[in-house]
Write a protein of this length. Structure first.
Length: 159
């Protein structure tokens, strides 16, 4: 069953790229006691994700944070090296780039997508959430090929 508004974020461990390489970051470190705009993409460096989805958050980061948001986080079922490089390529200094390399968090919240037809295996659906102190207060899951319910503009409207 997919996560819903009102649900708590499950315990999980992401990978983030640090100065010395990949390091662990728990879901508590991301969400506990914070207001977080969290969005997930099917894959780093893919066209919709690189041309529209992530850039919208880069451009709107200041406006989002001005609404009391502590963290803007982007997650994909990719490794920390890829997420770190993609963040650098997109000038996403204000975005926390979270790797869910094995898809464990994605599976725990019921947001898996079969992208094997594209040679990508199991990935995350495209979605966005607003999470306040570990509880989901907004959830927008995209229809295939769309970037509306999880766009930076929509997330900004929901704050």
């Amino acid at each position: 069953m997919a996560i819903q508004v009102g649900d708590k974020i499950p315990a999980a461990t992401f990978k983030v790229m640090g100065a010395e390489g990949p390091k662990d970051m728990t879901s508590d470190e991301v969400f506990a006691g914070k207001k977080v705009v969290f969005f997930a993409v099917p894959g780093a460096f893919t066209p919709g994700c690189s041309m529209t989805h992530l850039p919208g958050f880069v451009v709107n980061a200041d406006a989002i944070k001005a609404k009391g948001v502590d963290t803007i986080a982007c997650m994909a079922v990719n490794d920390a090296f890829v997420m770190g490089s993609w963040g650098q390529a997109q000038n996403a200094e204000e975005i926390l780039m979270l790797a869910d390399g094995n898809g464990e968090f994605t599976s725990a919240i019921g947001m898996e997508m079969d992208a094997s037809g594209f040679g990508m295996g199991t990935r995350s659906k495209r979605f966005g959430m607003i999470v306040e102190d570990g509880t989901v207060t907004y959830l927008g899951v995209e229809a295939p090929g769309e970037i509306k319910a999880s766009s930076a503009e929509t997330m900004l409207e929901q704050l």
